[in-house]
Write a protein that binds this ligand. Structure first.
Ligand SMILES: [Zn+2]
Length: 892
């Protein structure tokens, strides 16, 4: 450990890892230094010398999260996180820090995890030193004024009311409520008025005193991990950090220990099956297992290897087999990146399966498929799949893509926490490390994924829905004497619960039934034969081997010279990239654009966009039925590509098909350039859904999924409210109920007809940017579109209402979910003119001014409506582009 005096005589700092900078990616132009101040604060300094960069950023992770909440004040860590930013002794204004950031192009935010709290800000680079001072003062002596305290409690309550309507949060909280007595999982970390105000008051506890005590006890130098990004030298950053944080008194030792709490669930409570009522329409099965913490294995990542096998979507995978039977539409596997599923006391490994109605009826068979696959893995854990992961991680690291400064400092300050166990010289490389294939560790996880150690959760709208919303997919045999509380589901096991009232989770009010699993079922899951079709993924064909980068075209470079602005007094404009070049003399109806810019980004990657403009659809875009069929078509198209795209994704290639109301269909693809065009070609080949025609179960599952998404579309007040605005502006936009009605009368025949007509004639436009040579692109496109009937198409304009000047329209609607306690309001201002969004400088003016207005307004809007008046938890303003018509929206 080298110690050296700081240039300005501020406190001494210690360099914790002099070799750190040599571990960075060859593509990384930043410099790094890891230091510890005498006080015990550790900081990672990230210096950029790129004069084009405007933003600096800083994050501080403090080792104190909701696991540290006292039982008498649950939610205190979260509450403390909200309070810290509201004024310090040195800078007492409640919004002084926020105003300073806003005046300097920045903003702040924070979040509370189980074992830590992360607070961060971004600001223009020239204001970094002052912002660091203000930030350090907040972390040293926040004011915690009584006035702000009571208002911020309301913000916590609003946040809770919002989260309360999230099925995912409800499921997680319910799961945590099954933890053993005394385990920190049982703490209600969100907090609300009940847990932070009413309960403490009833016990004569002074919340304000508790808050002060919590802060003094936990926000200490030795618990702080800081990461700072600045466009200045490392020495300059070092002295800025040392000076600003010299206000925080030294403290040492005393790390938190949550590992000793051990696994959250008592083994006698497993296996367990819990059936849950959701808010949304849908059916989900979670199978979850608790394992000892895996954070110490970041170098070999056994859990990540295993989750990529179980979560595989290619041929022979669990999902592929479930889809073939029409039982599921989605599957994810593994532990999340969050601190709840990956903590110092446990890792929660889950398989989450989105079921169809048929899948719900056969859910025990769905689980059987999972256990069968786990059995296959016990016999076959191929090391080539590990090598593939390693190879792709190395490529991603070698050609590291630049990250936003804010995201970068957050990631780094988290990774520095002792909880994540990273060696100092692995701080920059940790996420990309696949040191060696530890089959022993993988097997030990695999052994834990047993039927008897599993926590099953079934969430289904056939059990009824939260707050009395109509159940869906429930069989309507009302011959029994039970009240409507016991709607019979299509899940056969649920019928046996007839007459049983659900239990209620106390904080979120989630209704559930704690059920038994038959011993015969468990034994069946333990003695299985693997299905023939099941197998681990074969070697991946999409993995790139050629990473050479195209040279920059010299004549293109001339284009990058500075051009004077057309506005007097404005600086001249430096173009970063050459403009796209339209390749001449291709076929009529086929337009090709090319931008070679790989050398600029030093990346062997390309991006491809394909616009397919079909007159069959576009000239009739207001036809609700065609609109619905297009959405169904896109959904099935993506589904038919899924097995291929999943493998491509593992090779860092992505490709997705989406619908567009102006022309029809867009394909966007990107990634390492070598095999990218080949992927787009295979995608295009599947466009007529020929394979899909014979797969009726799959069609049925997609049809069901789309119907469900229409039913859930307006459940969230904010989405409903935004859609009302869109309806005012574009009356031709169909409401979810209209789409639902049309879709229920569309079968697979209609879909196949649509696919055929859609593809019978079209105009195509392609843009390729990055590392693909012009000639390669031209030859490829000529060959691929050879068999297409192509014709030039004219752009179809979507009608947008011009709002009358001098009058206002108010539209009010009751929430779809009438038990909802949240409301949403939007105020929209329309600007005159259309097509003001092109990127020529004279036309970009409106957009720039609106963006500026958004920036100027945001801080005071938030401060007034959220912080002062406490009218709602999420408040914001943003510019809107309604098919070329500019506008500004305020929302709460
Ligand atoms: Zn919060």
């Amino acid at each position: 450990m080298a110690a050296h005096g700081s240039p300005r005589g501020s406190p001494r700092v210690h360099d914790l890892c002099p070799s750190l900078d040599s571990t960075k990616s060859p593509n990384d132009r930043n410099s790094y230094r890891l230091i510890r101040l005498d006080s015990g604060v550790e900081a990672l300094l990230i210096s950029s010398s790129d004069e084009n960069k405007q933003k600096s950023a800083c994050a501080c992770s403090v080792q104190a999260g909701s696991f540290s909440d006292p039982m008498k004040c649950q939610g205190l860590a979260h509450y403390c996180e909200h309070m810290v930013f509201l004024g310090s002794k040195r800078y007492p204004g409640e919004s002084q820090f926020e105003e300073f950031l806003s005046e300097n192009g920045g903003e702040s935010n924070a979040y509370t995890e189980c074992e830590y709290t992360c607070l961060y800000f971004e600001v223009n680079r020239k204001a970094l030193h002052q912002a660091l001072h203000m930030f350090a003062e907040l972390l040293h002596e926040p004011l915690f004024t009584p006035d702000a305290s009571s208002r911020e409690l309301q913000a916590i309550e609003s946040e809770f009311q919002k989260k309360r309507r999230s099925d995912r949060v409800r499921a997680e909280t319910l799961f945590a409520s099954f933890a053993s007595q005394g385990h920190p999982w049982r703490i209600f970390g969100w907090g609300n008025l009940q847990s932070l105000d009413a309960d403490p008051k009833a016990q004569g506890i002074d919340l304000h005193a508790e808050l002060g005590e919590f802060f003094r006890h936990h926000y200490k130098a030795c618990r702080m991990r800081l990461s700072v990004f600045g466009v200045e030298s490392l020495d300059s950053l070092e002295s800025a950090v040392a000076n600003a944080f010299s206000v925080i008194p030294p403290s040492f030792g005393e790390q938190l220990d949550f590992a000793s709490h051990g696994l959250p669930l008592h083994s006698k409570d497993l296996p367990r099956l819990v059936r849950v009522r959701p808010i949304s329409d849908g059916h989900v099965l979670w199978m979850s297992w608790q394992l000892p913490s895996q954070l110490g294995h970041y170098q070999s990542k056994p859990a990540s290897y295993l989750s990529s096998l179980i979560g595989d979507e290619g041929h022979g995978s669990i999902l592929s087999l479930l889809k073939d039977r029409g039982w599921a539409t989605d599957l994810t596997a593994g532990a999340g990146g969050d601190n709840f599923t990956n903590s110092s006391n446990s890792m929660i490994f889950s398989v989450e399966i989105t079921l169809t109605v048929n899948g719900l009826t056969n859910w025990t068979e769905v689980a059987t498929t999972v256990f069968q696959y786990l059995d296959v893995l016990k016999g076959d854990l191929p090391s080539y799949l590990y090598e593939e992961k390693k190879q792709m991680a190395e490529c991603s690291f070698r050609f590291l893509q630049e990250k936003d400064p804010g995201d970068m400092v957050i990631d780094m300050s988290e990774r520095m926490l002792p909880l994540y166990k990273h060696q100092a010289d692995h701080l920059l490389t940790g996420p990309w490390m696949y040191a060696d294939f530890r089959e022993d560790l993988v097997r030990s996880i695999l052994t834990s994924l047993s039927a008897r150690g599993c926590f099953f959760m079934l969430m289904s709208s056939s059990y009824g829905r939260a707050g009395g919303l109509e159940p869906t997919d429930a069989t309507t045999t009302s011959d029994s004497q039970q009240g409507d509380d016991e709607a019979r589901g299509v899940d056969p096991g649920f019928a046996e619960l007839a007459g049983c009232k659900p239990q209620v989770e106390p904080y979120f009010g989630t209704e559930y039934w704690d059920c038994r699993i038959e011993d015969t079922t468990l034994s069946r899951w333990e003695t299985l034969n693997a299905m023939e079709k099941m197998h681990v993924p074969p070697p991946n064909q999409f993995i790139a081997t050629d990473f050479s980068i195209l040279k920059q075209n010299v004549e293109k470079e001339e284009e990058l010279a500075c051009r004077p602005s057309i506005y007097t007094g404005f600086p001249s404009i430096q173009r970063l990239l050459p403009s796209p070049q339209c390749l001449e003399d291709v076929r009529a109806g086929l337009k090709l654009w090319h931008v070679p810019c790989a050398a600029h980004f030093k990346q062997p990657r390309s991006q491809v966009s394909v616009k397919m403009h079909s007159p069959y659809y576009a000239l009739d875009a207001n036809n609700v039925r065609k609109g619905v069929l297009l959405e169904l078509y896109i959904l099935c198209f993506n589904d038919s590509l899924n097995e291929m795209l999943y493998a491509a994704g593992k090779a860092r290639l992505h490709c997705a098909v989406s619908s567009s109301p102006t022309h029809g269909l867009t394909i966007r693809a990107g990634g390492f350039s070598q095999k990218l065009l080949c992927l787009v070609e295979s995608t295009l080949r599947a466009r007529k859904l020929e394979e899909y025609a014979t797969r009726f179960d799959r069609f049925q599952a997609m049809h069901e999924a789309l119907l469900r998404s229409y039913k859930n579309e307006w459940l969230k007040p904010q989405v409903h409210c935004s859609d009302l605005r869109k309806l005012l502006l574009m009356p031709s936009m169909p409401r979810p109920a209209m789409k639902e009605a049309q879709l229920s009368t569309c079968g697979s025949e209609q879909l196949m007809d649509f696919a055929q007509n859609f593809n019978s004639e079209m105009g195509c436009e392609l843009l390729v940017s990055g590392n693909t040579p012009k000639d390669t692109f031209l030859d490829w496109a000529t060959a691929v579109f050879d068999g297409y009937t192509l014709a030039p198409q004219t752009k179809v304009e979507v009608d947008v209402v011009q709002l009358p000047v001098g009058s206002a329209t108010v539209w009010m609607q009751t929430a779809v979910d009438t038990t909802q306690s949240n409301s949403a309001v939007e105020i929209y201002f329309q600007l005159p003119g259309r097509d003001a969004w092109h990127w020529q400088e004279d036309q970009a003016r409106v957009r720039v001014l609106l963006a500026l207005l958004e920036d100027v307004m945001y801080e005071s809007l938030f401060d007034e409506l959220r912080t002062k008046q406490q009218l709602g938890y999420s408040v914001g303003c943003s510019l809107r582009d309604s098919f070329g018509v500019p506008g500004l929206r305020l929302r709460i």
